[in-house]
Design a protein around this ligand. Structure first.
Ligand SMILES: C[S@@+](CC[C@H](N)C(=O)[O-])C[C@H]1O[C@@H](n2cnc3c(N)ncnc32)[C@H](O)[C@@H]1O
Length: 198
């Protein structure tokens, strides 16, 4: 199996820049979570929990899922240290088949760009959502200055909307919410949030 770069990064992932960017994401995701205190949320590709561990007050429960064991370990120790009673972790990669799980909300923050087969992960996440559920994707807008064999160089809103519709989602709203200096592989870039209903 190929080495997972995120395994090596986990213990030094929470840099000042990443925390700053995550907090910008948190503020944007909060707008989507009004009236969600009875809902369960899966943070898919949670990393160390920089985003979803700031959202625990807004939902009933949070499950942090990641395909890097080290990321999961870091997230788990934060949960213990900070005493969250409604947060848990799962080491899993849904691209190899999703486990038998259900959630009202799935959040994916800066993860879709790392998954080669966009369509198949969107289908897995659709299956996991309860009827009426919501998929929230935060990622980078298409950026032609970036080219990397293992990373999508962002997404075009209309193309992503089509893929979400193909996966079965009824409707999707997408908006760009942040422009930042050197935030995507050392290039200036902008980020979008997409909210899709099952
Ligand atoms: C850039 S980090 C984002 C972490 C977090 N969501 C945030 O916004 O701070 C990407 C994360 O996605 C995870 N990841 C990449 N591919 C994945 C996959 N196929 N399934 C689950 N997690 C994955 C990585 O291990 C890493 O923790």
């Amino acid at each position: 199996m190929e080495p997972n770069v995120f395994e090596e990064m986990a213990k030094r992932y929470d840099t000042e820049e990443r925390v700053k960017l995550a907090n910008i994401v948190v503020e944007e995701v909060k707008k989507e979570l009004q009236d969600s205190t009875s809902k369960t949320l899966i943070d898919y590709g949670s990393g160390t929990g920089l985003v979803s561990l700031e959202l625990t007050d807004m939902v009933k429960s949070v499950l942090l899922v990641d395909s890097s064991e080290q990321m999961v370990e870091v997230a788990k120790s934060k949960i213990t240290q900070r005493g969250f009673m409604n947060a848990d972790v799962l080491y899993s990669n849904f691209t190899q088949g999703a486990p038998n799980l259900k959630a009202d909300i799935v959040l994916m923050s800066l993860v879709l760009l790392h998954i080669p087969d966009t369509e198949s992960i969107l289908q897995e996440l659709f299956t996991i959502l309860n009827d009426g559920g919501e998929l929230i994707i935060v990622d980078f807008d298409k950026n032609e200055n970036i080219s990397h064999p293992k990373v999508h160089n962002g997404f075009v809103h209309e193309e992503l909307k089509d893929q979400l519709s193909e996966a079965g989602f009824r409707s999707t709203e997408v908006r760009t919410f942040h422009h930042g200096h050197q935030i995507f592989m050392k290039q200036d870039a902008s980020m979008f949030i997409a909210s899709s209903s099952k």
